[in-house]
Design a protein. Structure first.
Length: 222
């Protein structure tokens, strides 16, 4: 009986979420509140039981360093809950933002920029004695796309005369080519997101259909 109720509840919540296609409505908000409330409640229980009790308090004697994040968390919770003393909690926020920014920058440098430079350099290598094979053309396309895409974020090019004007027009042309590459990249990303969304939609609709068929078979068999 419980499994049937769970199937019916899942189908009903799915249909309530899909009702957003007709516009914002109370049914959609009800389903959204249920999902957010369940997620927050589950996350709070996991954090309280697994992080605070098991990791922090359970291993505090073995690893006294865990006292630092515990104190920082209590510091932030206590001072931010009092409007007059909220500025005191900014010290913890500054530390968190600073560490997060440093980690993000190092991740972008080591995980994106440097590998992109290495991949661009390898793209121009000659894998065989024939220098005009498709691999070289692909490498040139990668280099041109990378340089022009980076130049697309240059907003200082001005109309000038002489050699400086020729350089400005060249930069402007590279910016235009970079924007074309960006349009293709955004288009592919949007197509991938749309395909993933359609796949999720098809999966949910198949889930609802399977539930209806299962309920029909249960009623007919019963």
């Amino acid at each position: 009986m419980l499994d049937v109720a769970g199937l019916v509840l899942g189908a009903v919540l799915t249909l309530l979420i899909f009702s957003y296609l007709l516009g914002d409505n109370p049914l959609y908000r009800l389903a959204l509140h249920l999902f957010v409330g369940a997620l927050v409640g589950y996350s709070f229980g996991i954090v309280l039981h697994e992080v605070l009790l098991k990791i922090t308090l359970g291993q505090l004697q073995s690893y006294p360093i865990l006292l630092v994040p515990l104190v920082m968390g209590l510091w932030l919770f206590f001072f931010k809950s009092i409007p007059r003393l909220a500025y005191v909690g900014n010290f913890v926020l500054a530390f968190l933002i600073g560490v997060g920014t440093a980690v993000a920058l190092s991740s972008a440098l080591m995980g994106v920029i440097i590998p992109q430079i290495e991949a661009t350099g390898r793209a121009l290598s000659f894998p065989s004695p024939a220098p005009f094979r498709l691999g070289l053309l692909d490498g040139l396309l990668v280099v041109v796309g990378t340089v022009c895409t980076l130049m697309a974020f240059n907003f200082t090019a001005r109309k000038q005369q002489g050699l400086t004007g020729v350089w400005a027009r060249l930069v402007g042309m590279m910016m235009w080519i970079g924007r074309v590459f960006l349009l293709f990249a955004f288009g592919v990303s949007f197509a991938g997101a749309l395909t993933a969304s359609l796949s999720i939609f098809i999966g949910r609709m198949q889930y609802v259909i399977d539930i209806l068929v299962d309920l029909y078979l249960r009623l007919v068999g019963g």
